[in-house]
Design a protein around this ligand. Structure first.
Ligand code: NAP
Length: 525
């Protein structure tokens, strides 16, 4: 950056105004050129006041609205973001190193999720609580009845997001919380906050939300988490290390704050022995692995990291996949022909290179390997680039492959002999995952593998010939289905249609005289 260049300073949107930090500014970088594109700071913010404002002003305003009314507000937000899609794509390129396709994926994920929850609001209707089942007689005398209902919690939903999806990551959490009637304090990862900042500007300009319903912390959270209380919730997406820190926070433990963690995952793809070269299922498998290695430069929590291939098909898979992955153009993400941009930050580059080195201890490189590779339209030595990398570990039990998530354009092939069931113990060594994929047209294999793996995953993706042309791939998180996974993946659960609301609502049992309760709960007689 030259001394004369202008760098915009991003503020935080709190207490219903934009407030800049007072010092200690952190630069936001263009990962393609390494130029500074903006800077931000949250120094001087009164985080206790931010939470108080959310609880007292934002929560009260949201709870006056019904689900249907809140849903309509989400639809307005979706429209406001979509109307600025082209400009937002540019910000994704500038600050995230996104290709145009990557940025669209992020933005359309955000607006699609908002629209989905807007429609759910319509379905839930003009109500302020949600019944959970019917009232039932509890004693011999049928007049004494009981049942359950979900009501909005009276606290604030604090959202801490990862760097890779500044739009989608922010809105998939915010949509669910706002529909449930909880005010949101959202914090993007600082390094890629530019797009999230603009989205919040658009949300504010749209006037869609009541005062205090959405606050935005652009930078470090300071002592915010120290002030959480028992009606609050904390939803985090990021590394397991940070997730563990937040879980162990003093206030979180003392006040039993509800916490959801979405963390790392060693997602796997299994090509079953019935996969024949050239067949639709085979082609789908190759395409989805290629997409996951290169889309967002592999910085997707759901990206396939471990690829199990029948021994008899190994050479054919290597030949096809190596050709497909090495054909992907890497470089300046603003160019149409470029399908893989840089990693988002310098520390990501360091981590990914170190991760590849670690994998090389038990695997050979098929393509890539930690170098920059041939780049399109990138200045010599600039940018956080690493060539898409495929490795082959001939021992499918190789420890490092099942222990370490390399959060970049990297996947490892693992051959197996025998039936697809022989890989199941290896898949489970990932310690709990967001998603695993199976590619087969054989119903017995599908049944055995999917039911066996279900306990260790949040979601399972079945690729087969009949859906080969329609599959969005395992990496696309659809709002109808839950997102999250046990163990290493954080033990969390988000989205899943109405299920996602439950994190933000309190389920309360009501018991008493039936007709009175029916009035209280709005049950039509
Ligand atoms: P990270 O370093 O853990 O940061 C995630 C978020 O936590 C950022 O907003 C960061 O803020 C914040 N943070 C860091 N330390 C904190 C602390 N002590 N108190 C409060 N907030 C803190 O993770 P990342 O590098 O952004 O994301 C990459 C990881 O996220 C990968 O491992 C990936 O697997 C995982 N991920 C998981 C999912 C999922 O849905 N399961 C989705 C995406 C990514 P600053 O940026 O200001 O430091």
């Amino acid at each position: 950056m030259s001394a004369t260049s202008f760098v915009s300073r991003l503020g935080s949107f709190v207490l219903d105004r934009w407030i800049p930090g007072t010092g200690g500014f952190v630069p936001l970088i263009n990962p393609t050129t390494e130029d500074v594109v903006a800077e931000t700071s949250t120094e001087g913010l009164d985080f206790r006041a931010v939470l108080h404002y959310a609880r007292t002003v934002g929560g009260a305003g949201l709870r006056q609205l019904t689900f249907a009314e809140r849903g309509r507000r989400l639809a307005v937000l979706a429209k406001a973001i979509h109307a600025e899609r082209d400009a937002l794509i540019e910000l994704g390129i500038l600050n995230g190193g996104n290709t145009r396709g990557d940025a669209k994926f992020d933005l359309d994920g955000a607006t699609g999720t908002l629209q989905f929850y807007a429609q759910l609001g319509e379905r839930l209707g003009d109500r302020k609580i949600v019944l959970d089942g019917e009232l039932e007689a509890l004693l011999r005398n049928p007049r004494f009845a009981g049942g359950h209902a979900w009501v909005p919690r009276e606290g604030v939903a604090v959202h801490v997001n990862a760097f890779n999806f500044p739009a989608w990551g922010m809105m998939e959490k915010a949509a669910v919380a706002l529909l449930a009637g909880m005010p949101v304090v959202t914090k993007p990862a600082t390094s890629t906050a530019l797009m999230a900042h603009r989205i919040v500007e658009l949300a504010v300009q749209s006037g869609a939300l009541p005062a205090g319903a959405l606050q935005f912390i652009c930078g470090g959270v300071g002592d915010l988490l120290e002030h959480l209380e028992g009606q609050d919730v904390l939803a985090f997406t990021g590394s397991s290390d940070t997730g563990a820190k937040l879980r162990g926070g003093r206030a979180a433990i003392a006040q039993s704050v509800r916490i959801n963690v979405e963390a790392d995952s060693l997602n796997s793809a299994i090509l079953a022995p019935d996969g024949e070269p050239g067949e639709p299922t085979w082609e789908l498998f190759l395409r989805e692995v290629q997409t996951d290695v290169t889309q967002k430069a592999g910085q997707k929590c759901t990206a396939i990291r471990r690829v199990f291939v029948p021994e008899a098909r190994l050479e054919a898979v290597i030949e096809d996949l190596r050709a497909m992955v090495s054909a992907v153009k890497v470089g300046n993400p603003a160019l149409k022909e470029v399908r893989c941009g840089p990693l988002a930050t310098a520390s990501q580059l360091r981590d990914v290179r170190a991760g590849i080195e670690r994998l090389r201890g038990c695997a050979e490189v098929l393509t890539g390997g930690g170098e920059r590779g041939a780049l399109v339209d990138v200045a010599e030595g600039r940018g956080y680039f690493v060539a898409p990398t495929l490795l082959l570990a001939r021992d499918p039990g190789a420890d490092a492959v099942h222990a370490h998530e390399v959060f970049g354009p990297v996947a490892t092939l693992l051959p197996y002999a025998g039936g697809a069931d022989t890989v199941l113990p290896h898949v489970k060594r990932g310690g709990g995952g967001l998603v695993s994929s199976l590619y087969t047209d054989d119903k017995d294999t599908a049944t055995d593998v999917l039911l066996n793996l279900a306990s260790h995953h949040g979601r399972l993706h079945l690729g087969s010939a009949r859906i080969a042309e329609h599959s969005p791939g395992p990496g696309t998180v659809l709002p109808n289905l839950i997102h999250g996974g046990p163990g290493r993946a954080g033990g969390g659960e988000e989205l899943g249609g109405e299920r996602g609301q439950h994190f933000y609502l309190q389920r309360t049992a009501f018991q008493g005289e039936r007709t009175l309760l029916e009035k209280v709960l709005g049950v039509s007689a």
